[in-house]
Write a protein that binds this ligand. Structure first.
Ligand SMILES: *[C@@H]1O[C@H](CO)[C@@H](O)[C@H](O)[C@H]1NC(C)=O
Ligand SMILES: *[C@@H]1O[C@H](CO)[C@@H](O)[C@H](O)[C@H]1NC(C)=O
Ligand SMILES: *[C@@H]1O[C@H](CO)[C@@H](O)[C@H](O)[C@H]1NC(C)=O
Length: 407
């Protein structure tokens, strides 16, 4: 192909983009009070284009959409290595890859021991890596003066439940038992994760409690976590079904990959008919009781769901994993003895309501729990600090403040 034709093609492509981005961007929903709507629109168009490329490659059976997403994230995460130099080190804890961040050593540190935190990144248990979370973790390291271990757990669909959780648990125990080697006080360690990582954090705390691990983590910090997968018709899932950033469709897509290693049940979950009727009624009355949410969160287009029409066959295949409290921490029947908890939820997030319900259940069992539903926040925004600097810093500051005051 001649240079001229190539230039013309590239030019035509850029022209199409220049027209398409504003048009598509204007159709994106921007939540009230979000500080930078214009950036959100551009960001969403770029995400959708990336997904479209992934979808196309998947359709022609070349590469899966998960593979393409991970490839792009890996390329981005390898950019700008200079500024990370010296702050983070990749190593292994008993066979599990981890990234260890050390605080600014010139800062004041009286007794020589730092607090510590184990972090599990988000990405639907299937995408993301520790490197791409440098921008999330480093502000916390700097603000709190803390040693952070970010776990490179293996990902679904290749490694489905419980392998990602087992990796997190193994790395966490290794760090907690060997804390002094990292100048960390084993009595001052927090467990933290965002989104799917928040699910892993809650599950790790339940596991450590059930195994009577000593000392228990001092805090658990759950940032817009996934806490259950039996009900995809909570008010927040109806109100924010189309995002931004996380949609109910993608939530069920990732949940199916984590639970089964396949997309076999994603559609049944998305239509919320994956739980048989009797169980659904019983869960609605107990663990996922919509009536426990404030009226303000139950506004239209939400309506109380119809309990009929659950698929018995689908449920037979899913119930063991979906009812497992290490998969769905909200369904744990006894939350006694869990560490002090901070839950950060975003108002414009499909996962908002399960965060509120988990906070209420923890309180019922006497756990010292506090939570915020951030009025201007979106799911996942802390991971995109360059796009949404103001909003993501607000959230990270809140999280750092809690750690500073309580760890
Ligand atoms: C490290 O701490 C010192 C003293 O508090 C401060 O001046 C410096 O900017 C910090 N460096 C980083 C990278 O945060
Ligand atoms: C602590 O570290 C040692 C290696 O230094 C390792 O053999 C041991 O398994 C670790 N402890 C735990 C509980 O993982
Ligand atoms: C929950 O577990 C704790 C500790 O194992 C126990 O003391 C308590 O009775 C249990 N509560 C309920 C309601 O089962």
């Amino acid at each position: 192909m001649s240079i001229i034709i190539t230039i013309k093609l590239v030019g035509a492509f850029l022209a199409v983009l220049a027209v398409a981005i504003p048009i598509l961007g204007l159709r994106e929903r921007v939540p009230k009070g979000f500080s930078n709507g214009c950036r959100l629109r551009i960001f969403m168009v770029l995400v959708k284009m990336m997904l479209a490329v992934g979808w196309l490659l998947e359709r022609v059976h070349m590469l899966s959409i998960i593979y393409v997403t991970n490839l792009i994230l890996r390329i981005i995460s390898r950019m700008e290595p200079e500024k990370r130099k010296g702050r983070a080190k990749d190593t292994q804890f008993g066979g599990v890859v981890v990234r260890v961040y050390t605080p600014n050593l010139s800062a004041e540190n009286k007794d020589g021991l730092y607090p510590g935190m184990v972090f599990y990144h988000g990405g639907g248990w299937a995408i993301g890596n520790t490197w791409i979370y440098d921008d999330f973790v480093l502000p916390i390291v700097n603000a709190v003066d803390i040693v952070v271990v970010s776990v490179e757990y293996r990902l679904a669909p290749k490694f489905k439940y419980p392998i990602p959780l087992d990796d997190c648990l193994a790395a966490t125990k290794y760090f907690m038992k060997n804390a002094s080697k990292f100048n960390v006080d084993p009595n001052r360690i927090a467990i933290c994760g965002d989104s799917a990582g928040g699910n892993l954090a809650a599950a790790v705390c339940l596991k450590l409690r059930d195994e009577k691990f000593k000392p228990m983590p001092k805090l658990q910090v759950l940032i817009y976590p996934v806490l259950q997968s039996v009900d995809f018709a909570l008010p927040s899932m109806i109100q924010n079904a189309d995002g931004p950033l996380l949609t109910t469709y993608w939530l069920t897509y990732y949940t199916s990959l984590y639970a089964t290693g396949s997309l076999k049940y994603a559609q049944a979950m998305c239509e919320n008919r994956h739980v048989e009727e009797a169980t659904r009624k019983q869960l609605f009355d107990t663990y996922v009781n919509h009536d426990m949410l404030d009226m303000t969160y139950r506004s239209p287009p939400y309506r109380k769901p119809d309990m009929k029409g659950g698929d018995v066959e689908v449920w037979k295949n899913l119930k063991n994993v979906l009812l497992d409290p290490y998969f769905s921490p909200l369904l744990c029947n006894n939350l006694t003895g869990l560490p002090q908890t901070f839950i950060y939820a975003a108002k414009y997030d499909v996962l908002r309501d399960e965060a509120i319900l988990y906070a209420k259940r923890l309180k019922l069992y006497g756990v010292d729990v506090s939570y915020v539903v951030d009025e201007h926040a979106l799911h996942g925004m802390c991971s995109f600090r360059h796009f949404f600097p103001k909003d993501s810093y607000n959230a990270l500051n809140r999280i750092s403040k809690f750690l500073k005051e309580n760890l």
